[in-house]
Design a protein around this ligand. Structure first.
Ligand code: ADP
Length: 179
């Protein structure tokens, strides 16, 4: 199969990477020789994790998957895909709610570059409700997210919510002054 020899770009915010993303990556690896996980650098979004942190977390999470490369991009996705030598964009489809946005984006990308195809993959049902946003919300409220994210992300989120908690507890306390 020729597709097996080709590259695919899997773009997204990955803020942070979850087991749902990894599920899609593993499915894409069955079809494509190389999967380029491309983190969008978008100055208009206010992510929880910096681009560098997201790159590090994605690399750690994908360690052992030798055919995955983690990079960043800005600007048009189709331009990035072309420059990376990829003819395919992979996106995950969780539910009908994803469909409309993804459909619009795929058609717009086709208008921008008709040489590049978008391929949708469905995750295991157990991940169909999972999103980076949910993970962040649950974690910020003190919930356990170990089942939803790679261990390295769970540790990072735990550290973050612990330091936020500490900050919240000390905020407003009178400063100790030396006598
Ligand atoms: P974006 O901001 O571009 O939506 P995300 O990091 O949220 O970036 O998602 C990147 C891609 O991964 C998207 O195609 C999204 O649909 C897919 N995705 C995210 N979470 C899941 C999941 N739980 N199962 C399957 N696909 C997912």
């Amino acid at each position: 199969m020729t597709a097996k020899r080709s590259k695919a770009v899997f773009p997204g915010s990955f803020d942070p990477i979850t087991n749902g993303h990894l599920d899609i990556i593993d499915r894409a690896l069955k079809v494509f020789e190389e999967v380029i996980l491309a983190i969008l650098v978008n100055p208009e979004k206010r992510p929880l994790f910096s681009v560098d942190e997201r790159v590090r977390l994605c690399r750690e999470a994908c360690r052992g998957r030798r055919r995955v490369r983690v990079t960043t991009f800005s600007g048009l996705l189709v331009d990035y895909a072309e420059s990376a030598g990829a003819r395919v964009i992979v996106r995950g489809l969780r539910a009908i709610s994803d469909f409309e946005y993804e459909f619009q984006m795929a058609l717009m990308n086709r208008r921008l570059n008709s040489e590049i195809e978008t391929v949708f993959m469905m995750p295991a049902e157990s991940y169909s409700y999972l999103s980076s946003r949910m993970v962040k919300e649950v974690s910020a409220l003190g919930g356990q997210v170990g089942r939803f994210v790679p261990a390295v992300v769970e540790r990072r989120l735990r550290l973050r919510s612990r330091s936020n908690g500490r900050r919240a507890r000390t905020a407003g306390r009178p400063r100790k002054t030396k006598k």
